[in-house]
Design a protein around this ligand. Structure first.
Ligand SMILES: [Zn+2]
Length: 511
């Protein structure tokens, strides 16, 4: 007897519907599976057989053949356990085949028949809804996530017996995703630039960086507060739209990083991988392909602390995706793309000992300092438009009370975000229909078009070019930053003061 069950597989960040066909017959008891399956999928036959028996269903010894199609794509993961088991039960008449025609099922079985959660539920349910399926049976653990999708019935199941009963009786608890709101902010520490005393220059540079989505490098001694500054970047970015949240949630779903209680990503990510990270974990890929940190940081911040400690080859591999804002993963018989649209904040010590410019502690020579900065390749430096030195806060600033509210308010996360939103609006209008969104993304032709300098300003740049021995790239970076500073002032023209400030926070260039 023959049966067919629908399920879904993840392909990049998207899902595809697959057919699980089962044929059972008399003959030598064998269990064969085909359809371009990874080792993990093939192991399903052991789990499925035992799980069926332990759930109390008696099956005669029989020949079982399972085929999963389309055959041209490799299937990974453990989510096929459940459809295979359902197929066997249907082929044996324990479930009616017609009840399986308009639904999909996904889940991993354990030997006792219980159903475990799997990754990638959100894209799978989205795809099923789009394809017009009526119902999705998914692991109970993933129910909140699956319920975010409208237009399809999503039913959580926790054991094989449970799903057989729900399919047979046409029952199941249908949840909707209104339970989101009261989870927000749970366990989330509220952080704000107001928490950081002093550091006006670094906060100002951060404001400019976020306004134009310029990558920023913090240079300062240990304990100067680089991490505190970077951590708060996400607090001054505009709120995520619903579409952005959904897109991010899909990424986190495929990566298996969703919180069961708070299934929708609500905040801009802040990812801070350790410098020992592997290329796969940073960029994505792996045996069962998974998005890397650069993708998980999407719409938010990728913070690379102690940048000089990263393997040069890893930083090298990071450059192209940062420029393209996406990363292509190539595998046997498959290639797909993950987005990589995050802002990068880097942090490093100013010199080998870490204490420059404090000459009481630091005895590094200028040459040594240059060599230290040169540990990061020039092409990598070119990814950073802005760099700012973060100095240890002096005692006076630290003990300063909030009586000076004006100065403090300028750098609250709220007021910074307001300024950034205004500057972003100008950029949105400027780049409409051009395929770019932020000043940092301008290429030579847009720089020419939007960073036109009048005579006096041109002269300023000509002098700076000679004085600082800028390269063409360095010159362009300054113009992009200056454009953002002008946008923050809602100034149509780039003025001398904008240029001077952009020059003062330009990133390092090897002379
Ligand atoms: Zn030093």
């Amino acid at each position: 007897m023959f049966s067919k069950v629908y399920s879904a597989m993840i392909y990049g960040l998207e899902a595809e519907i697959v057919n699980v066909e089962v044929d059972v017959g008399n003959g030598i008891p064998v269990f064969e599976m085909g359809g371009y399956l990874s080792g993990e999928v093939k192991e399903a036959k052991d789990r499925v057989r035992v799980a069926i028996r332990n759930s109390g269903y008696e099956l005669p010894p029989q020949r079982i053949i399972v085929n999963i199609s389309p055959a041209d794509k490799r299937k990974d993961g453990t989510g096929f356990d459940l459809p295979i088991a359902l197929g066997i039960l249907a082929a044996n008449g324990i479930i009616a085949q017609q009840k399986l025609l308009d639904c999909i099922a996904i889940g991993e079985l354990s030997l006792d028949g219980s159903i475990h959660g799997v990754n990638g539920i959100l894209p799978s349910v989205c795809e099923a809804a789009e394809r017009g399926y009526k119902r999705c049976y998914i692991p109970h653990k993933n129910l909140q996530e699956g319920c975010m999708v409208r237009g399809i019935e999503v039913i959580g199941v926790d054991s094989l017996q449970d799903i057989v009963r729900k399919i047979t009786d046409n029952t199941g608890t249908q949840l909707h995703c209104q339970q989101q709101t009261h989870h927000v902010e749970k366990n989330q520490e509220v952080i704000d630039y107001l928490d950081i005393r002093g550091q006006q220059a670094a906060k100002r540079a951060t404001l400019i960086a976020v306004a134009g989505m310029h990558n920023i490098m913090y240079i300062g001694s240990p304990g100067s507060g680089k991490t505190m500054l970077a951590k708060r970047i996400a607090t001054i970015m505009p709120e995520l739209s619903y579409e952005e949240k959904l897109q991010l949630t899909k990424i986190y779903s495929v990566a298996g990083e969703l919180d069961a209680d708070m299934p929708m990503v609500q905040k801009r990510p802040f990812r801070s991988p350790h410098h020992n990270i592997t290329a796969t974990a940073l960029l994505g890929g792996g045996r069962i392909p998974r998005p890397g940190e650069i993708t998980l940081a999407g719409k938010g911040v990728l913070f690379l602390d102690e940048l000089t400690e990263f393997q040069p080859s890893i930083l090298e591999a990071l450059r192209q995706p940062l420029e393209d804002r996406k990363i292509s993963i190539v595998r046997l018989n498959a290639a797909y793309t993950y987005p990589a649209d995050c802002m990068v904040a880097g942090a490093m010590n100013p010199c080998k000992c870490g204490y420059y410019p404090d000459r009481k502690k630091c005895h590094c020579s200028d040459r040594e300092i240059q060599r230290y900065l040169g540990r990061i390749s020039q092409p990598m430096w070119d990814r950073f438009d802005i760099s700012v030195s973060v100095e240890r806060v002096g005692f006076d600033a630290l003990s300063e009370q909030t009586q000076d509210t004006d100065a403090t308010d300028t750098y609250s996360s709220q007021s910074m975000r307001k300024q950034i939103e205004q500057a972003r609006q100008i950029q949105r209008r400027r780049f409409e229909g051009m395929g770019i969104y932020f000043n940092a993304q301008m290429r030579a032709k847009e720089i020419e078009q939007f960073c036109h300098l009048r005579e006096k300003e041109y002269e300023v740049m000509r002098r700076a070019y000679d004085k600082f021995q800028l390269t063409g790239r360095g010159y362009h970076k300054i113009l992009k930053t200056a454009r953002t500073i002008a946008d923050l002032e809602q100034s149509e023209h780039i003025e001398t003061r904008h240029l001077l400030e952009a020059i003062s926070i330009r990133s390092y260039e090897r002379g």
